[in-house]
Structure formats: structure tokens, C-alpha cells
Design a protein. Structure first.
Length: 440
């Protein structure tokens, strides 16, 4: 009997363990089914949903689980508003636990299908909407849970590589270039394009964007650019729809920095130019030397300054020396060494337009030679003093034009001007009477 009871007790114990084991297994199966069959939930955090693509036309919604990518979910059930205005949805994509909705924001602002500064972007999903079928990629593929009006964020951090490109530099419209030393640089502008992605970011602060300019004369300054149109005209709301990279929107940042250069020359071999470098940077974030720009500003002087030297010599050696009782018959040759010629300025030599004026008898000396004629025109009187007949000097005049003197005797030289004019414009100097000649 004791054996029998023990056997029954053992059997009963074994039976209970089986029941317990079955219950545990059943509970595990229920728990497993509960964990991996729950529908996905959209996350609404400080960073999500987000719109941080270059196009500024995509809102990315983060879920707590992966979303089924195949077959691709329909747009049914999804909605996006900009400033409370429903906008057109173009397409949907799934990347792991993110759903990307491409939209057209034109209903909120005509002609601008992207988010612009100040816009409020919200995204929703309604699982009860007809045809909605965005599914969670877990066992049973349950549909994601509905959510409403989650506000999208843009906290993008600036990157030199993806958010800033050089646009152009050059003469400010209607400005005149100053090339005469000392150069006053107030005629040039520099322009970069900034992605609308960063312009729309919460981290965008225009006052933190700088162009650092090394003027080339030991002066380095930082300048804040301003938002402008392509011409450089200030316009804080201007956006190029595809101007950033040919596809995506962007803004233009322009600087019209000014600087007064010294009159001194620059080091050889480029002694007639100031070489500037400009590097954009965002304070506390990044400097962008890979897209730095250089600019050369010519600084030219008159041909008797710096590297130039006026030099008038007799076309025939010693022909300006005349013996007593001998008539003069000579001409001078212009052998001037031009300022900023190629020999001294390798990068921007000055071969631009030049104007010359040749004045005969500019000084009234007590020892003037009497009866001097220039090109046949009497310049001094035939008297003992050789009195000047043209106070201040004589210069041939004419109608003006290239190579022709104007009413004031100024001759415009044909370009390029690479050398002095020698005897081209020099008049023959003669006299006919020797009565009042003396040894001088």
C-alpha cells in the first residue's frame, strides 16, 4: 500500500509538472506573439519627424519598428500640411524604420514647392482612411498606428562639403573699377550659394557666417555677407528654386567689402597688384578653405612713379647741342620705361590705354633760345630774351582720337601699350635766325 501510494504520489507530481510546463510554454508563446505583432508607432521627438534633405521637399518619419518596404505602401492615409495648408504628396519610400514622404509645397506658396524660412510642416497618418496600408515589418504585419499633426524639425548642422558652393565674383553693377594707386577697393563683390536646407535649419544664424578677407597688404578682416539676388542687390527673401546645385534650392550670400590700399608697391615679381584671398566660415562650426577664392587688384601709377621712369633723349645723340651761329634741327625721342610693364609685373602688366601730352617750352628761362620753332610753329620770339610765345608752353592740338591730339594736346595711344612712343609724336625742333644766339 505504501508503494502504491508513493507511486500515485509520484504520478500526480509528474502530471502537475507537465501541466505547469505546458502553461509556461503557452505563456511564452503568447508573450512572443504580443511583442512582435504590435503595430509601429511614429516617434515625435526633438529631432523627428525631420526635413533635412537638400530638396526641402521630403519629411522623414521615424518609427519604433521597421516598416514593410515590399510591396511599397500607398500614400493613402498619409497627409502633410504647410502652415496648416494641405499640400500635394508625390511619393513614399521606406528605409528601415523610416518612412520618407515627398511633397509639393506649392499650395502653401505658389512657385515654391519646397519649405521656405518660417514654414511649419506637419505630418499625419490615419489608419482608418480608405486604402491606407502602411504596415509594420513584423510577424502579422500589423498596420502602423494613427498619429496626427506631428511637427517636422530641421536641426541640420552646416557642412562645407554639402551646404556652400562658390557662385561668382566680379565688378558690382554700375560701379567703376579703380586701378590707380592708391586703389580704393569699393567696386568688387563676392558671392556664394548656401543650401536652403541650412537656411531653414534651427542652427542657421546669418550673423555667424563670415567671409575672411586677407587683403594682401597685411590686413585681415572678417565680413558678414547678406542675402541677395544674383546681381548682388540685397533681398532677404530671395530663393533660387534650383540654383544651389542645378537641382535643389538655395540662397545667395554676397559681400561688398571695401578697403583702402596703400600707395606703396607690392613685392616683386608682381609689384603692381594686390593679391587678395577670401575664405568663408561659420563661426564655431567650420572653415571652408577648399572653396576659398583669390582676387587680383591692379594698382597702377603714372609712368614716372614706382617702376616707371620718364626719359626723353635726342633721337640723334648730341643733336640737342648746337654751336653758336648754327641753326637747330633735331627732335627728341620718348624712351620712357613704362610703369607696371611686363618686365616688372608678371601677372597684370599695365598695357591699358595711356594718354600723353608733349609740351614744348614749359619753363620760361632767362636763357631761352630765340626763334625756336616746333613743327614750323614759332614758340620763342626772335629777340634777345627768346620770350615764350605760348605762356605755359606749346602743345600741338587737333580733333582728338586714337593717335591724334585733342583740343588740349592730349593724345590717346592705341592699345595694347607695351612700350614708349619714341619719335612717333615728337615734332621737329628748328630755328631760322641766329642773330640773338649766345653761348648758354
Amino acid at each position: 500500500m505504501r508503494f502504491f501510494n508513493a507511486f500515485n504520489s509520484l504520478a500526480a507530481s509528474s502530471y502537475k509538472n507537465k501541466i505547469l510546463a505546458f502553461a509556461v510554454v503557452g505563456w511564452l508563446w503568447v508573450a512572443h506573439s504580443f511583442v512582435y505583432s504590435q503595430p509601429g508607432n511614429a516617434q515625435n521627438t526633438a529631432n523627428d519627424p525631420r526635413h533635412e534633405t537638400l530638396s526641402q521637399r521630403v519629411v522623414s518619419v521615424l518609427f519604433d519598428q521597421n516598416i514593410q518596404a515590399l510591396p511599397l505602401p500607398p500614400l493613402n492615409g498619409w497627409s502633410v500640411t504647410v502652415n496648416g495648408i494641405p499640400v500635394t504628396l508625390n511619393s513614399l519610400a521606406v528605409l528601415g524604420n523610416r518612412v520618407l514622404i515627398t511633397f509639393d509645397a506649392s499650395p502653401a506658396h505658389a512657385g515654391q514647392p519646397f519649405i521656405i524660412p518660417g514654414d511649419v510642416l506637419r505630418v499625419s497618418y490615419d489608419a482608418a482612411a480608405a486604402g491606407s496600408n502602411t504596415l509594420t515589418a513584423t510577424a502579422g504585419t500589423p498596420e502602423i498606428n494613427s498619429f496626427a499633426n506631428f511637427q517636422s524639425k530641421n536641426n541640420w548642422v552646416f557642412s562645407c562639403a554639402s551646404d556652400l558652393v562658390f557662385f561668382q565674383q566680379g565688378l558690382i553693377p554700375a560701379a567703376s573699377r579703380d586701378i590707380c594707386a592708391p586703389v580704393v577697393m569699393n567696386f568688387h563683390q563676392w558671392q556664394y550659394k548656401l543650401s536652403l536646407r541650412f537656411r531653414n535649419s534651427s542652427s542657421f544664424v546669418l550673423a555667424n557666417i563670415f567671409y575672411q578677407i586677407n587683403w594682401g597688404d597685411a590686413v585681415v578682416q572678417n565680413f558678414n555677407p547678406y542675402i541677395s539676388e544674383s546681381t548682388g542687390t540685397a533681398n532677404p527673401t530671395f530663393i533660387e528654386n534650383t540654383g544651389f546645385d542645378g537641382t535643389n534650392p538655395g540662397i545667395i550670400l554676397t559681400s561688398r567689402a571695401t578697403h583702402n590700399y596703400p600707395a606703396t608697391t607690392t613685392p616683386a615679381p608682381n609689384i603692381c597688384s594686390w593679391d587678395l584671398s577670401l575664405t568663408p566660415f561659420v563661426s564655431g562650426v567650420a572653415s571652408c578653405p577648399s572653396i576659398a577664392q583669390t582676387t587680383i587688384f591692379p594698382t597702377y601709377d603714372t609712368d614716372n612713379a614706382n617702376s616707371g621712369a620718364l626719359n626723353l633723349q635726342p633721337a640723334v645723340a648730341n643733336s640737342h647741342r648746337v654751336c653758336l651761329g648754327t641753326n637747330v634741327n633735331m627732335r627728341f625721342s620718348d624712351l620712357t620705361l613704362l610703369n607696371c610693364r611686363l618686365a616688372v609685373e608678371a601677372t597684370v602688366p599695365n598695357d591699358l590705354t595711356r594718354w600723353i601730352r608733349i609740351v614744348y617750352g614749359s619753363q620760361n628761362l632767362a636763357t631761352n633760345i630765340p626763334d625756336v620753332r616746333v613743327g614750323g610753329t614759332p614758340v620763342t620770339a626772335n629777340n634777345a630774351a627768346g620770350t615764350l610765345l605760348f605762356p605755359g608752353g606749346y602743345f600741338p592740338t587737333g580733333p582728338g582720337g586714337i593717335g591724334v591730339p585733342d583740343f588740349n594736346g592730349v593724345i590717346e595711344l592705341a592699345t595694347p601699350v607695351t612700350a614708349a612712343t619714341a619719335t612717333t609724336f615728337m615734332q621737329l625742333i628748328t630755328n631760322l635766325a641766329t642773330t640773338f644766339h649766345v653761348v648758354g
